[in-house]
Design a protein around this ligand. Structure first.
Ligand code: CA
Ligand code: CA
Length: 207
């Protein structure tokens, strides 16, 4: 019986979800110089995200590089500004030639305009489809915008970005409303576990 109860608790714990302000997951791969000049190369260069990261971080707001200014390439922590404290892994002195993926759940509604300002290229994938992208190298303060028309709800978002071989870097976006699954309160899990266990007992008596 104990085995069944543990299984029921595990299953029900996973069912809990709720909307709460949260961070997106940031992944960073440092690459050798002069290896990437477009977003497809960048994603392929890190095995589509499967390669071991140089560092990971929590993205509380996509506002990297100097806001409104041209960020001269320095360390990863300089680039990440307010999120630098969450870096886990290496913090290279120069983030030139590197790839980022920022992913997680976002809430959206039809008509939301999503802007991405980047140096260099990016690809924003929402719900498994590319919503917007700039594939090549570009200077700071260039913005690509797209309007969401996929309905209201919570969607998986994946923002790929690469820093190419030039001396500046920037990644900013108004993609916010981050949400993340949260566990059910412990008491509710216990109650549902008890109910699940009761159901198992009833089924066993019938058989
Ligand atoms: Ca590099
Ligand atoms: Ca650049």
């Amino acid at each position: 019986m104990k085995r069944y109860l543990i299984a029921a608790a595990a299953a029900m714990g996973l069912m809990g979800s709720g909307a709460s302000a949260a961070t997106l997951s940031g992944e960073f791969w440092d690459l050798p110089a002069n290896t990437i000049s477009n977003i497809d190369q960048a994603i392929a260069a890190v095995g589509g995200g499967a390669d071991p990261t140089t560092a990971t971080f929590d993205s509380s707001s996509i506002n990297y590089g100097d806001a409104g200014a041209n960020f001269v390439i320095g360390s990863l922590s300089n680039f990440l500004q307010g999120d630098a404290g969450s870096i886990s892994g290496s913090d290279p002195a120069s983030m030139q030639e590197s790839v980022f993926r920022i992913s997680g759940l976002v809430t959206l509604a039809d008509g939301d305009q999503i802007d991405v300002t980047s140096d260099d290229g990016f690809r924003l994938i929402i719900g498994g489809n590319t919503l917007s992208e700039f594939t090549g190298i570009r200077a700071p303060n260039n913005t690509t915008s797209a309007v969401w028309g996929g309905g209201a709800g919570t969607f998986q978002a994946e923002l790929w970005y690469f820093e190419g071989q030039f001396t500046q870097a920037q990644l900013q976006s108004n993609l916010t409303n981050f949400v993340t699954p949260v566990p059910l309160p412990a008491g509710m899990v216990l109650m549902m576990t008890a109910l699940g266990g009761f159901g198992i007992m009833r089924r066993r008596r019938k058989s």
